[in-house]
Design a protein around this ligand. Sequence first.
Ligand SMILES: [Ca+2]
Ligand SMILES: [Ca+2]
Length: 86
Amino acid sequence: MKEITLSIAVAAIVTASSSAFAQSVPDFKGIDVNADGYLTVEEWKSSGHSEADFAKLDADNNQFVSSTEFLDATGSTEATKDSESE
Ligand SMILES: [Ca+2]
Ligand SMILES: [Ca+2]
């Protein structure tokens, strides 16, 4: 009984904290094939993601996604919700 309840609770937490990104995005270094610390749109698309998603990640629109931008956009900070305007 207790384990079942726990499983449901965990599932609920996982569902609640998963964004569209978090489910499918590999880790930053996995995408950054030339290991310069930035993702280019080519690297991003090579990893199977869309250019539209790259634009979302590139918060300052400099055509590179830094690890900070990546982490921000992939929702790794739990305190950050969808309250920020686009
Ligand atoms: Ca790179
Ligand atoms: Ca950027």
